[in-house]
Design a protein around this ligand. Structure first.
Ligand SMILES: [Zn+2]
Length: 442
């Protein structure tokens, strides 16, 4: 028997960007929202067993959607750690632990864009089956690369898989690997269109438009969308024209790529959180200056260009890059909204809309999730605060009062701290070289 719950008389932010509707009730039946407003109160009266929760003075809004996570990486502080200090069984267990933190942060759905050991699809299924608690999940698997890609330089191998990467050499391999990833449960195919190599500054494009089209056509034929990591104008242009469905970063856009994005209304997620955290808070956690300077300037320039895309009606996705030491799970899922307000001039309600209503595009559930409306999935966050004035309150878990995922009340509680496993982190012998002079100098 499904339960019926009335959230009585809250301030409802529906996710579409509309202003909060005061003294408004929401009726949940089973996994769905069945009524909003006076109709919710009226319907509740006709039911026998309604659990009534008084939410007056509180804000009722859609559960957050995080459109860009990496739940299987385990918060590495470096590529060395990620590529060489992970093994499948442990990584899966740790990921099952970490997804609980994401849910506790008010995030009821995620798109996990890529990860290690093909754990993502298994974790998604485990969450759906009730084996572990976490947000609803759409999952990618390994990110496709031509021997160069991502930010791991020479750690990307010439063949096979390493870390989050899977290397594809030619069109035949692209077709074969895309089909295999879909067989293995991928909800989305990820391509690293650009990447770093040690001898060059910035990211270079390592795919041709034709190769990108091969991946897109193969995935689309099987009903699976394609997403691409792109830094640079040409890379973004080629990805959009090849048929990529979601572009991440889209940094250093020129006019041609911007026009193409606007023309095709290709969804874009800047994923600023990692950069913003590094730039603003990196010094607090000992981030090296060289890493900080890698991304210097990207925020301002990209923010201004993507604001133009947003104004032209391009879906702007909100993702946190959670999974690294700069973006640990459960901490920064609302941070991207703050950056949208600070660096792109969005209103808090517009930013909230990106992280709920618009983000439903990323999980292919537009109109069904990320909105408070009759017929929508009952993913609901109730908090004591006014995110329409300051979105930062959504990062403060102590303001949360109730959380529902598919109509089921989630018990709000801090996920207990755990110990580190041996070998999980890189353990250097020393922080610097022990030179003879260091000991014998006066
Ligand atoms: Zn990412």
């Amino acid at each position: 028997m499904s339960t019926t719950t009335l959230l009585h008389s809250g301030a409802v932010i529906d996710g579409t960007g509309s202003a909060p509707q005061l003294n408004t009730s929401v009726l949940i039946e089973g996994e769905k929202i069945v009524a909003v407003g006076t109709e919710a109160d009226a319907l509740a009266q006709s039911h026998k067993d309604v659990q009534k929760i008084d939410v007056s003075g509180l804000t009722v809004m859609p559960g957050l959607i995080d459109a860009h996570t990496h739940v299987t990486l385990g918060e590495p502080a470096s590529n060395d750690e990620l590529f060489h200090h992970r093994e499948p069984a442990t990584a899966a267990l740790i990921a099952a632990h970490n997804v609980k933190k994401i849910l506790q942060a008010g995030v009821t759905s995620i798109l996990d864009v890529d990860g290690i050991f093909n754990i993502g699809p298994a974790l998604r299924d485990a969450i759906n089956a009730g084996i572990t608690e976490g947000p609803s999940m759409k999952s990618g698997t390994f990110a496709l690369m031509t021997a160069v890609g991502g930010t791991a330089g020479r750690m990307i191998p010439d063949h096979g898989t390493a870390g989050y990467a899977e290397v594809v050499h030619n069109r035949d391999e692209m077709v074969r690997v895309v089909r295999r990833q879909i067989k293995d449960g991928a909800d989305i195919i990820k391509i690293h269109v650009t990447g770093v190599i040690p001898a060059r500054s910035g990211e270079i494009q390592v795919w041709t438009r034709d190769e990108l089209k091969t991946v897109c056509d193969t995935a689309h034929d099987l009903g699976i969308p394609v997403t691409a990591h792109c830094r640079g104008d040409q890379a973004t242009l080629d990805a959009v024209l090849a048929g990529v469905d979601i572009i991440w970063h889209a940094s250093f856009l020129g006019d041609r790529a911007l026009e193409a994005i606007i023309d095709k209304k290709t969804a874009v997620g800047p994923v600023f959180t990692f950069l913003a955290n590094l730039a603003e808070y990196g010094a607090k956690v000992g981030a090296t200056a060289s890493v900080q300077s890698t991304f210097a300037g990207e925020l301002e320039h990209t923010g201004a260009r993507l604001r133009q895309a947003y104004d032209a009606g391009v879906p702007l996705l909100c993702g946190s890059e959670s999974g690294f030491s700069i973006t640990p799970y459960g901490n920064w899922h609302a941070r991207e909204m703050e950056v949208f307000v600070q660096h792109m001039g969005l209103t808090p309600l517009q930013a909230i809309s990106c992280a709920t209503y618009t983000n439903a595009h990323a999980i292919q559930q537009f109109g069904q999730v990320g909105i408070i409306a009759p017929g929508a999935q009952a993913d609901i966050l109730v908090l004591d605060g006014h995110p329409e004035k300051d979105v930062a309150v959504l990062g403060n878990k102590s303001s949360f009062r109730h959380l529902f995922k598919k109509g089921r009340a989630i018990t709000l509680a801090e996920v207990p701290e755990r110990s580190l496993l041996r070998g999980e982190r890189i353990e250097p012998w020393s922080a610097q070289l022990l030179k003879w002079d260091l000991i014998h100098q006066k």
